[in-house]
Write a protein that binds this ligand. Structure first.
Ligand SMILES: [Zn+2]
Length: 401
């Protein structure tokens, strides 16, 4: 076997192992080998090899099946399930205006969660301190110590170069440029930290625990202060050559002229963001006697039944959908999963996106792409960071030869 064959065999084993671990994570009562084979589409011998390797790493356990578990050949079937390690994992989500930390078991069950509202974009040093403090206090409140932490992952709302782990210019998140968030957090928490883009983390959260379970090809759209896409192709995140794929908020919109924080004019997120939509809602929801302060606007999902608000949200959806239609043509996803504060607004926003995708994408691609609101809402990114921490922990514990 030459080097290439051995590399591709190793990659195939890793893919099989990830698939099996992901499916077992969704079936806490365990599955038989036949069940695993059916759900992954992999051969019985591939499943058997994989289970043997996971058992020797201590990641899965085998126990006798309940009633009806006998096989046709008289042997009792056994059930494979994930071993719930004693330790915990930590997920951290940085938004533009908040930090959230969560502690979970190694099967992804959430134990504690804490959040703080603050200006993330302009003060990276203090923000790292707050994130580390939230993570430590979550671990403590869950009844554990930092010694019990097996893995930590964090999502940041900006362009991270996956080759160097450093935030890149140009000027999105400009005060973070040159910062290495993984190293900064690792220094404060005393553990290695896996880092990624927030939209990729949101995609991962919905894929592991939410609306995208079982989907291989989909886009997760985080529409909030900015607009970004987490792209999943063949079950895996697609990050591009340097890790900054999915910056759809900086697509040019015809006739838009306002300057964007990236240094261009007329970007999508200068036209649609939670800030512009709140401003528009404050205008349409004000009565002729009372001006409405933007801060008094209720959560957007409570406004679906208000016809004027629904119009604003649908129009915002149409604008985002025009950009997404081109991506639907390129990538032929099975779903567009909507997240972030604006993406979680519900049916009016989703309806606008659906309308533009139907109008501007090729009919066959548009038909294949279901537009759905995510199930995890504001939790998607931190749950995705938990899923990334679980995966990093399992990878570290499993040696694939
Ligand atoms: Zn821009």
């Amino acid at each position: 076997m030459d080097g290439n064959d051995s590399a591709s065999l190793s990659a195939r084993r890793k893919r099989t192992r990830d698939q099996v671990l992901a499916i077992l994570a969704q079936h806490s009562s365990g599955l038989t080998r036949a069940g695993l084979s059916r759900m992954t589409g992999l051969s019985a011998s591939a499943i058997s090899d994989c289970v043997a390797s996971l058992r020797s790493s201590g990641l899965v356990a085998e126990s006798a099946a309940g009633t009806g578990g006998a096989t046709g050949r008289g042997r009792r079937a056994t059930v494979i399930s994930l071993v719930n390690d004693e330790g915990v994992v930590v997920g951290i989500d940085f938004g533009h205006a908040h930090v959230t930390a969560a502690v979970a078991t190694t099967t992804g069950e959430l134990l504690e969660r804490r959040a703080d509202v603050l200006d993330v974009d302009h003060r990276p040093g203090p923000v790292m301190d707050v994130a580390a403090e939230l993570a430590r206090s979550c671990v403590e409140r869950s009844g554990h110590t930092m010694d019990d932490v097996l893995g930590i992952a964090a999502g940041i709302p900006g362009p991270l170069d996956i080759r160097t782990q450093v935030v890149r210019p140009p000027t999105i998140l400009s005060d973070w440029v040159g910062l290495a968030p993984a190293a900064e957090l690792a220094r404060r928490l005393g553990h290695p930290v896996t880092i990624g883009n927030d939209a990729d983390m949101g995609a991962r959260g919905e894929q592991a625990y939410g609306a995208a379970r079982g989907l291989e090809d989909f886009l997760y759209i985080k529409a909030s202060h900015g607009i970004g896409a987490g792209i999943v192709i063949g079950g895996r995140p697609y990050r591009g050559a340097t890790g900054i794929a999915g910056e759809i908020g900086h697509t040019q919109i015809p006739d838009a002229v306002n300057w964007c924080r990236c240094g261009s004019r007329g970007c999508l997120e200068t036209v649609v963001s939670i800030t512009t939509v709140r401003r528009q809602l404050a205008h349409v929801l004000a009565t002729h006697q009372t001006a409405l302060d933007e801060s008094a606007i209720p959560p957007l999902f409570e406004l679906s039944d208000n016809p004027a608000a629904a119009r604003v949200l649908t129009e915002a959806g149409r604008t985002v959908g025009r950009v997404l239609a081109d991506l639907v043509n390129c990538l032929n996803p099975a779903a567009l999963v909507l997240g972030g504060e604006l993406g979680s607004a519900g049916e009016p926003f989703a309806a606008g996106i659906r309308e533009s995708v139907a109008r501007y994408a090729q009919p066959a691609s548009a038909q294949a792409a279901e537009v759905i609101t995510g199930q995890l809402g504001a939790e998607a990114e931190v749950r995705g960071a938990v899923a990334a921490a679980v995966a990093a922990t399992r990878q570290r514990l499993t040696a694939v030869s």
